[in-house]
Write a protein that binds this ligand. Structure first.
Ligand code: AMP
Length: 302
């Protein structure tokens, strides 16, 4: 089974209460691809500049990520800088430098138009739509976005949301899209816009899945030290989509298990800066933490 992702491949400069890193590997598609690569073959569509080092390309390739859709353009790779507060659920974006993203026109390599699973990572909704236009009859499409696009390109974003099966966004973004403060009411409004499933990411408080008539909650794995939360949302999406694409069928049970796998992968991401923990992960590490979630979340009714 294969899974296509379009999103950013970036240089991040990050400051958290646990340290500072400059120009490390980041971007929604990087976190997503490496997380999903533990479960299925990943096809990456993105753009980098001439300054993007071969070592990052090699790391993605070692994870089995198909890079035929990774364009290298003249100019600088996308850069993002952020600073976390002591409460690491809060962060400020210090700068965003689009670089080669400015002229990006995503084109799927030959043979990729039949990819069954598609993830539209957080980039301009017009670019997300361009990718969606090129895939024929996908089994499942999921999408992420951020406050920037909700505020600046609401109509283009709405047209993308109408076309996806799963929308995976943060709780404050759900409230912004729905213009409703109560999360349950806001989720109902957002699902009415199109997506069958809405995943609400809530940082250290875990994630909620809203489906027809049901809500499922998964906690974040309790960790003694969170060093850098950057990419946790994209990594959650990579674990979720990877597990779902690898499942024999898509039903309530597999969607719930995939939510847990999303939380498992996100918990590894935040243990270190950039993709440092994710890139050393083994399938045994993943499976062991997945089993710990069973103990963390199950209880008897009496
Ligand atoms: P997350 O922590 O899951 O919200 O994802 C953070 C990642 O998103 C960082 O690695 C950034 O490089 C990337 N990012 C931040 N802003 C943007 C943007 N406007 N477009 C694309 N990617 C972005």
């Amino acid at each position: 089974m294969s899974l296509l992702v379009v999103g950013s491949v970036a240089f991040d400069s990050v400051a958290t209460p646990h340290g500072v890193r400059d120009d490390v590997l980041g971007g929604s598609a990087s976190f997503f691809s490496v997380a999903a690569s533990h479960f299925v073959g990943v096809r990456l569509v993105a753009v980098v500049g001439e300054d993007f080092p071969d070592e990052h390309v090699a790391m993605l390739r070692e994870h089995g990520v198909d890079l035929a859709g990774l364009e290298r353009s003249e100019g600088r790779t996308f850069r993002w800088a952020g600073r976390y507060h002591d409460d690491m659920n809060q962060r400020d974006t210090l700068s965003t430098d689009l670089g080669v993203f400015e002229g990006f026109d995503p084109k799927l390599p030959d043979g990729w138009d039949d990819t069954p699973f598609v993830f539209l990572g957080n980039i301009h909704p017009a670019l997300q739509a361009k990718v969606l236009d090129q895939v024929k009859a996908p089994r499942l499409v999921a999408c992420d976005t951020m406050n920037l696009w909700i505020n600046t390109t609401p109509d283009e974003l709405k047209r993308v949301i109408e076309r996806v099966d799963v929308l995976a966004i943060n709780d404050d973004e759900v409230q912004m899209v729905a213009q409703e403060n109560n999360l349950v009411k806001a989720a109902r409004k957002v699902r009415a816009m199109g997506p069958r499933w809405l995943i609400v990411k809530r940082g250290e408080y875990g994630a909620l899945l809203f489906a027809e008539g049901r809500i499922f909650a998964v906690p974040a794995f309790p960790l003694e030290e969170v060093r850098d939360p950057t990419g946790a949302g994209d990594t959650f999406a990579g674990g979720f989509m990877g597990a779902l694409a690898a499942a024999p069928r898509i039903d309530d049970a597999t969607v719930r298990r995939s939510m847990v796998m999303g939380s498992v992968m996100a918990s590894f991401c935040v243990e270190d800066f950039s993709l440092d923990r994710l890139k050393t992960l083994t399938r045994q590490d993943v499976d062991a933490r997945f089993r710990q979630f069973k103990d963390l979340t199950s209880f008897d009714l009496d």
